[in-house]
Design a protein around this ligand. Structure first.
Ligand code: 7SA
Ligand code: CA
Length: 522
């Protein structure tokens, strides 16, 4: 037996410690550089060709297109059918009746083949799982009514969260046997169906702590994402979340489950905000621990359209004209981006998406990569700092070229509505306070900082940075990459005229990171 030296033994123990940690203190986000494909749409279970063989056939393409993981439909048998007046459906996996894998998407054997082909193509398999509720069929069910295993077995309900529909299909995930049964099935998906992660459906219906326990058993180094689609105003009055932001509600769920979350904060801004307000997604949060948990998406099988019957569900679709810009944003910004099957493989957005994925991977962008926004330009302009390169994103912006003017855009799309530059990797960004001392200030004057870098408007008065404060000193904190040689000046513009007064004399120049404040004098 090879003798292990004492240092080697100690090193071995130290390396093993994190895996043995009782509960993890970080989030289960895979490599933190995942690029997720939603591997189905709402009508996939009604597809002419069975869906699992489609996935087997497409596995190498999916891998070659740059996806590192695929969100699979729920693998459990769903023979339901329902019709609520305007639309009908059933069989999609969300109203399953047993853990049998033979369902509308294909057979057990076809599922194993698809999972094996995807794993072989380097694509992690993430199953959609639905532990909140199930359909009952005639004959013995997995769980026994009246035994405390169903929500309605107790008065009032015994359940860890909201009811699905009227609550009659809800299981009591707080019940030991129910939790154990799902734990064993998740391990079965890991060991026999190639699962390296799980997407938890309808997490509003059960406790995040239960998800954390299931993931401990499944394997903490794996990937998990929760679908917590519940707006703050859906929480009862008196619950702290009622008045909170979408981001805070999502972060709370993630903190308690140690899973990532679909970034419904960004989705809500894409639906209701201007493009500049997309910066308020979870993935744009100044705190990397918040960006890291965000699984960004444009649309999915609920919110978006799908090929086939009724055009799918389209509960909350992104405006068609914004879809390309939304993909440009999520694929060049922090978080874990998700691409919807139909956009990629049915509706010919694949060329743009493929190029965006390549830019992201070349730059080495991670879920928690830094991002800084440049509100001194119109539209949405931001710089995401990757480990190998930085990407400058300009959506619906008047930013036509970078300050140096040397860099051609790496990607231009939709007549310039999308521009992305790929620039050399940057040192970590620092905050610098810019002051303009303006003893001669007149009422109705606005004071700006203007200078050489993108953050300072590249010497273009239209993109100078407005400073706030009292008459004789106005300031603003601006984020810049460290070690940059910055040249700048103060500038005054009278509100009622285009007249501009420049700081006299030479530029103020400093190196960012050595000084964390800099002062000009008008
Ligand atoms: O309206 C969209 C947004 O607009 C914005 O302006 C709003 C947002 O707040 C607002 O700011 O979002 C709201 O609406 C969303 C969509 O309804 C809500 C969201 O919370 C709310 O804020 O999202 C909820 O609904 C989604 C579909 C869920 C979310 O988790 C949930 O929060 N998505 C996942 C969950 C399920 C269920 O597992 C799946 O649902 C989704 O694909 C998955 O992604 O037991 C017998 C029985 C009886 O109990 C019933 O009374 C009877 O009606 C059967 C019958 N139930 C059937 C349903 O009526 C029928 O619709 C059931 C058996 O089948 C169907 O349910 C489908 C569901 O329609 C479908 O979306 C379900 C099961 O097949 O599969 C899918
Ligand atoms: Ca429930």
């Amino acid at each position: 037996m090879k003798r292990t030296s004492l240092p080697g033994l100690l090193l071995g123990i130290v390396l093993a410690l994190p895996a043995m940690a009782a509960t993890i203190d970080t989030v289960r986000d895979g490599s933190a550089e995942e690029i997720l494909l939603q591997g189905f749409h709402w009508n996939s279970s009604r597809n002419t060709e069975k869906w699992y063989p489609v996935l087997s056939r497409m596995a190498n393409t999916i891998g070659a297109d740059g996806f590192t993981a695929i969100w699979m439909p729920p693998p459990w048998a769903d023979q339901s059918s329902w019709n609520n007046g305007t639309v009908s459906g059933g069989g999609e996996g969300y109203f399953w009746h047993s853990f049998e894998k033979d369902g509308r998407y294909g057979t057990d054997a076809q599922l194993r083949q698809a999972a094996a082909a995807l794993n072989k193509a380097g694509v992690k398999v993430i199953y959609d799982v639905v532990p909140n509720h199930m359909a009952e069929r005639d004959g013995p069910s997995m769980f026994v009514r009246g035994s405390g295993e169903w929500r309605q077995d107790c008065r009032p309900a015994c359940d860890e969260g909201d009811a699905f529909d009227k609550g009659d299909p809800d299981l009591n995930t707080g019940n030991q046997r129910v939790a154990e049964t799902f734990k064993n099935e998740f391990i079965n998906l890991r060991d026999n169906y190639g699962a390296q992660g799980l997407r938890f459906d309808f997490v509003r219906g059960y406790a995040p702590e239960t998800v954390d326990k299931w993931m401990e058993a499944f394997g903490s180094q794996q990937f998990c994402v929760g679908e917590n689609w519940k707006s703050p105003n859906e929480y009862p009055q008196g619950d702290w979340r009622h008045g909170a932001s979408w981001q805070e509600v999502l972060k709370d769920w993630s903190d308690r489950s140690h899973c990532t979350v679909f970034d419904f904060a960004l989705k809500e801004r894409m639906q209701n905000g201007s493009i500049a307000e997309w910066r308020h997604g979870l993935n744009g949060n100044p705190d990397p621990a918040w960006r890291r948990i965000a699984v960004t998406f444009v649309d999915n099988h609920d919110t978006g359209y799908s090929p086939g019957a009724y055009g799918g569900q389209h509960h909350w679709p992104v405006a068609d004209a914004l879809i390309n810009q939304a993909y440009a944003y999520i694929l060049s910004s922090p978080g874990t981006p998700t691409v919807y099957w139909a956009h990629m493989y049915d509706w010919q957005r694949d060329e743009l998406i493929r190029r965006l994925i390549k830019l992201r991977k070349d730059a080495g962008i991670r879920a928690d990569s830094p991002i800084r926004f440049h509100p001194n330009y119109s539209g949405l302009v931001a710089t995401t700092s990757g480990s190998r390169k930085a990407l400058v994103i300009a959506l619906q912006s008047d930013l036509q070229q970078l300050p140096q003017g040397m860099q051609a855009a790496a990607l231009e799309w939709d007549n310039g509505a999308i521009r992305i530059w790929s620039i050399p990797a940057e040192p970590p960004q620092v905050s610098v306070t810019f002051h303009c001392d303006n003893p001669g200030a007149q009422p109705g004057e606005s004071v700006f900082a203007i200078g050489s870098s993108l953050e300072l408007g590249a010497w273009d008065p239209r993109h100078a940075v407005p400073l706030e404060g009292s008459n004789n000193r106005r300031s603003s904190v601006i984020q810049l990459p460290a070690q940059q040689q910055v040249e700048w000046k103060c500038m005054v513009r009278r509100q009622d005229s285009a007249e501009i007064r420049w700081q006299p004399g030479p530029n103020v120049s400093f190196t960012s990171g050595t000084a964390n404040e800099t002062t000009g004098r008008l």
